[in-house]
Design a binder for this molecule. Structure first.
Ligand code: FES
Length: 364
């Protein structure tokens, strides 16, 4: 916990000096004394101080964070990885949280309590204002790319990256055509309900409740009725985020209408586990071509149980990556031709958790 003086000074220092100057001054005055006096500023690590906490719903809180000088400016929809030692003597636990709100000097994460969630429960029960958290710089590819027609589909805490993108787009002069579908259990459990229903949000927002409907006879659209609610769904670029069961339901619906998965962005923070015994065994070498880098490399038959990321690294080829477990989306690329097994959504594949399944592979 930081001293009262430091807590008062940090927002001011970040605002007046800016992160680049703080970085310059701190790195030139770093020593054991300054590191002890203020471990938030005099550090080589990316950290964030909790400067406010808001209760959103009975089991969801928003933590407003003031990141230090090592934090890079985020894009709406991106996430951070937060690491914390939950129990003394144990190793740190890491979890990814989308940035729900991005302000000039602060960012927010909105965390729903999860009965089995070690880190989310720790945040709810033990983290107060003034606590300094270890975080990563923003990451992830769940970002707006200038498409003209969008449909956000989210449920539960999965609303957070969609809300962040929606907020950013609402304030732009040339706003795309946005539709926003959010599934929640009850009105009381609906995160950002008042903001979504305020007339500051000009895009149509449809909140659908799985456990109750309001007396105003709200239309309770199930994921498999999305075509009725959004007849032009196939023309819209979809951003999907929510609990696994919800995403599966939506994905199988999208498959059933032959939606083009190239137009789909999915955020998922759960480690991808591939049962290696189900891998297609190849007894020939595999040639992988990386179109964007204009290079090819060979994965020998005996190494075909390696992920594409591991195999590329073994050949000294750098592929951009983050979590290495299929969660962050940093390594995401498109499969131009060939087959992979593992982490794949339509043509989109995640090389950190995808394996070769044909002898010729072309990746974007
Ligand atoms: S999804 Fe994180 S590195 Fe592949």
């Amino acid at each position: 916990m930081l001293s009262k003086w430091s807590r008062a000074a940090h927002p001011w220092v970040m605002k007046i000096l800016g992160r680049d100057w703080v970085e310059y001054i701190a790195s030139n005055t770093m020593n054991v004394v300054t590191q002890k006096v203020d471990p938030f500023l005099w550090t080589y690590d990316c950290k964030a101080e909790v400067v406010a906490i808001r209760q959103e719903t009975p089991d969801t809180k928003t933590f407003v964070l003031l990141p230090n000088q090592h934090f890079k400016q985020p894009l709406p929809g991106q996430h951070i990885e937060l690491s914390a030692v939950i129990s003394e003597g144990e190793k740190a636990e890491s979890r990814c949280y989308s940035l729900s709100i991005i302000d000039e000097n602060t960012v927010s994460i909105t965390v729903k309590r999860n009965p089995e969630g070690k880190v989310s429960n720790w945040l709810h029960d033990h983290v107060g204002i003034g606590v300094v958290l270890n975080i990563s710089s923003p990451r992830g590819a769940f970002i707006y790319r200038g498409q003209e027609k969008l449909l956000f589909i989210s449920a539960g805490a999965g609303i957070t990256p969609c809300f962040s993108i929606l907020n950013a787009l609402e304030s732009t002069a040339k706003r795309p055509d946005i539709a926003f579908y959010y599934r929640s259990r009850t009105p009381e459990e609906t995160i950002f309900r008042s903001q979504l229903e305020s007339n500051k949000v000009r895009s149509p927002v449809d909140i659908s409740y799985s456990r109750s409907i309001e007396p105003d006879d709200r239309v309770n659209v199930m994921p498999n009725q999305l075509m009725d609610a959004y007849p032009d769904i196939k023309d819209r670029h979809i951003y999907l985020c929510g609990p696994d069961a919800f995403k599966k339901e939506v994905l199988s619906f999208l498959e059933s209408i032959e939606y083009d998965f190239d137009n789909l962005e999915v955020e998922h923070f759960v480690r991808f586990n591939q049962d290696l015994t189900t891998l297609r065994k190849l007894d020939e070498d595999v040639t992988v071509t990386l179109k964007s880098q204009n290079i090819s490399f060979v994965i020998e038959a005996e190494n075909c149980d390696q992920t594409l990321l591991e195999a590329a690294e073994k050949k000294g080829i750098h592929l951009e990556h983050g979590c290495r477990s299929g969660m962050c989306g940093t390594c995401r690329t498109n499969l131009v031709s060939g087959q992979v097994s593992g982490n794949q959504l339509g043509k989109t594949i995640y090389p950190c958790t995808a394996y070769p399944a044909s002898t010729q592979l072309i990746l974007e």
